[in-house]
Design a binder for this molecule. Structure first.
Ligand code: SAM
Length: 383
């Protein structure tokens, strides 16, 4: 863990805060390396014992049995405790320097823009619960200068993933999106780009670095995270126009973008919202424009009992109720249904830098979290 900041908006930790964050990191690493293998064994054994004549028992029965087993109890309470401690550690660090962070946001270079909508209505599927257990969810916003929610998210991002999604910048997903485009649509050079569900802009800035002359837009539902995202991007030299809008229905003109993409957004929305988002992508893309969505590498056809246990934890105890819907959703069929052509959906190997000369990584076997991502992409007919 470094004491230097990866960008000027990242809250710097003092000695005690660093110790608290290091404890969270060690705790989460311990759960992953030491408790998770025991959970895997227990879940498989329980499922095997309940199997009858080669037929798997319903997952609710496996879960009922697991609930009384100390290995499962220990794992699930440690998972939940790790999440709670992570958000607390990030908040402790941010709250000490909230005024400084707001000032730093206001001193950002005049790049890009920020448009918030005081009348914006948070989609019900996000307002219902604090996604990932972050107190206040993505939408908390206390004032016209508030950057707290974004700062906490950014500070926690690399603890969440144990640094496996691009270190403190947590920007791997953006690089993977560009790698995917370079492989599937070589030479594609978008001039107007939209990032849907950008949160604090980790992927936004990464994608923008490959297309520095593009007119770059990014949207999300939370004013606080967007305010932080704008300052973060500007301090990093990226001119991005952030606005508070729902990806289901934006105010952008028809046929106005060359590239519309999202990173890890669809699994946090309802199935109905996913359908509306695909339709909206089609409306705002120009003929010949590309839609690209990056998702967590979980597909229903691959989910075994261990995947069910982990997904059950995500849905019940980490406020991620929609992962199962998206894992079973035929995203390529949906893309074709709304009018996209040259559609493909498959796993893509993770990269931390995109390059047209890299070994192709699309269509490779699923290597698991942070080593593979699930991609769906297609082109709007014409152009
Ligand atoms: C896991 S985060 C995405 C992270 C970000 N794309 C990145 O790669 O760093 C999911 C984001 O999607 C946003 N989101 C969910 N539904 C949305 C919608 N209908 N419109 C806009 N943003 C949405 C959430 O507010 C949240 O910020």
């Amino acid at each position: 863990m470094t004491m230097t900041r990866p960008h000027p908006m990242m809250p710097a930790a003092n000695h005690d805060e660093l110790a608290e964050q290091k404890f969270v990191l060690a705790f989460k690493t311990y759960v992953w390396n030491n408790l998770d293998p025991l959970l895997v064994e227990e879940a498989r054994t329980t499922a095997r014992e309940l199997e009858q004549d080669g037929t798997a028992a319903p997952f609710r029965e496996v879960r009922r049995q697991l609930a009384s087993k100390p290995v499962y109890q220990n794992w699930i309470s440690s998972m939940r405790a790790g999440q709670e401690m992570m958000w607390q550690a990030a908040a402790d660090c941010v709250d000490r320097q909230q005024t400084d962070l707001e000032e730093r946001a206001q001193q950002a270079p005049p790049l890009g823009s920020l448009r918030v909508d005081p009348d914006f209505e948070i989609p019900a599927y996000l307002a219902a619960a604090d996604t990932h257990m972050q107190p206040g969810g993505y939408e908390s916003n206390e004032s016209d200068t508030d950057v707290r929610q974004g700062a906490i998210y950014d500070k926690a991002a690399w603890l969440y993933s144990l640094g496996r999604q691009g270190g403190e910048l947590a920007d791997m997903r953006g690089h993977v999106v560009v790698q995917h485009i370079m492989e599937r649509f070589p030479g594609f050079a978008p001039q107007r780009i939209l990032d849907l569900g950008c949160t604090v802009g980790c992927s936004t800035v990464a994608v923008a670095s490959y297309y520095p002359d593009a007119d770059f837009h990014a949207i999300d539902v939370g004013a606080g995270v967007l305010r932080y995202a704008h300052a973060r991007a500007a301090h990093m030299g990226a001119a991005v126009h952030f606005s508070q809008q729902s990806a289901e229905q934006t105010d952008f003109d028809d046929n106005s973008f060359d590239l519309v993409y999202s990173c890890a957004v669809l699994h946090e929305t309802s199935n109905q919202a996913v359908k509306r988002i695909f339709k909206e992508c089609h409306r705002i893309l120009r003929p010949g424009g590309l839609m690209v969505h990056l998702e967590v590498p979980v597909r229903a056809e691959e989910v075994d009992v261990v995947g069910e246990v982990r997904g059950d934890y995500e849905a019940r105890y980490n406020n991620e109720p929609f992962w199962k819907g998206i894992a079973g959703f035929d995203l390529d069929e949906l893309a074709r249904d709304v009018g996209f052509v040259e559609v493909a959906a498959d796993f893509q190997d993770a990269v931390t830098v995109a390059s047209p000369d890299a070994e192709p990584g699309f269509g490779k076997p699923n290597k698991g979290g942070y080593r593979s991502w699930y991609m769906v992409s297609g082109k709007k007919q014409g152009g």
